[in-house]
Design a protein around this ligand. Sequence first.
Ligand code: FAD
Ligand code: HEM
Length: 403
Amino acid sequence: MTTEQKELIKATVPILREHGVALTTHFYSRMFTHNPELKNLFNMGNQGNGKQQLSLAMAVLAYAENIEDPSVLVSAVTKIGHKHMSLDIRPEHYAIVGKHLLASIGEVLGEGATPTLIEAWAVAYQQLADLMIGLEQNLYSDAVAKEGGWTGWRPFLVKQKVQESEEITSFYLYPADGGKVADFTPGQYISLRLFLPELNLLQPRQYSLSNAPNGDYYRISVKKEAGKAEHPNGMISNRLHNAVQEGDVVEVAPPAGDFVLDTTKQTPVVFVSGGVGQTPLMSMLEYLASTQSSRDIVWVHGSRNRKVHAFREPLTMLEAKIGKLNKHIFYDTLDEEMQVSGYYEGVVELDKLKEQALLQNADYYICGPAPFIQKQFTDLAAMGVSPEAIHYEEFGPANLVLS
Ligand SMILES: Cc1cc2nc3c(=O)[nH]c(=O)nc-3n(C[C@H](O)[C@H](O)[C@H](O)COP(=O)(O)OP(=O)(O)OC[C@H]3O[C@@H](n4cnc5c(N)ncnc54)[C@H](O)[C@@H]3O)c2cc1C
Ligand code: HEM
């Protein structure tokens, strides 16, 4: 890129800050009108609730802000690359997205979009696209290089459904072809896709693997997302709970994601989850148990109440196996039966636990709803934990920037 082109990109930063979501909303609507087949790739729930438009707007803004040195965005770009790989996004898709993004810049900016500005954005887009295509190519190559590995969509048999709580059910997924499944790093997710008759579309969703790698099957644990006043019921989670039965086939893309347990470390780990956010952390915990790890482990979990608290029994079994698990459970309301040591009333408050949750040289893994992650991150930082030691995963397009 020339210096003038970089200056032109930087000059669009204030516009992107103010109108970024308008731009990406226009972009998606344009792309889905001209290329409706791409609706099978995108999560139409995230289009409906606006999270994907926000996530893309944040990414485009961050790119424009850092156009002088995009290398600072490497971890954000890696996260997106994993998501793309898990959705089978291919190099040829980039030309379609580029075409609609540039046209949208022209249409949203109107007279402000001079030919030189559009040309600068074309060069900038291609630079980013080349970087992402290269990164994703490496992820695809790594995925097929593993025993039991594959790319794209592979049919899996739902061999077993196990209810873990009133709202969460686990699905045991075996390759329908009888082959092995690739190992993964605890914390990673798969994409699963189903045909939704109400939309006449295939729809993918990500689900964290909730078991330790075993070569034969994957386990996912899905919360049935109930609608509220202005929110419809979650489409895929309800279909998985209500319509998908043992013996049915679903399509699954290979494990991906960079929210992973550093399995090379021997230092303490603190797991902090809210609701269904415990799934990737269960995988990490099962892994530590199955490898007879001697790491100090703290498990902090928040649920609304006992009925919706999933994995209570499996956790007790893991606790017995690990021996060293330091467990703290928070319920919004604590019934009489649960007024025992290790159970607390209220939301997860790490400063209630103090040194029980703050261990020397520990890594902290947080997963739960966005406000939950934000609170735990802020509280840990206020207690002096370095941001580098705090890892978190959002169950939706990245909308948080915590540092
Ligand atoms: C990395 C990752 C890991 C994940 N792991 C898990 C896991 O282990 N377990 C799990 O249960 N989930 C997990 N999720 C979440 C999962 O992918 C789905 O988002 C979840 O199951 C909901 O999907 P759905 O199709 O049921 O809901 P959707 O139909 O996609 O709806 C999602 C939300 O948007 C709202 N919505 C939809 N349309 C509109 C509209 N027009 N206006 C307003 N609101 C709207 C819905 O009410 C709902 O609250 C994970 C997500 C990610 C990204
Ligand atoms: C330089 C170009 C691109 C950028 C900057 C970009 C950016 C992003 C971002 C920020 C996300 C959200 C990641 C997250 O979940 O946190 C995302 C997800 C996604 N991207 Fe891209 N992307 C690009 C190209 C593409 C292309 C070419 C396709 C293919 C059509 C594509 C399809 C998707 C899909 C399907 C998702 C998941 C959406 C969802 O879950 O709702 N992207 N991308």
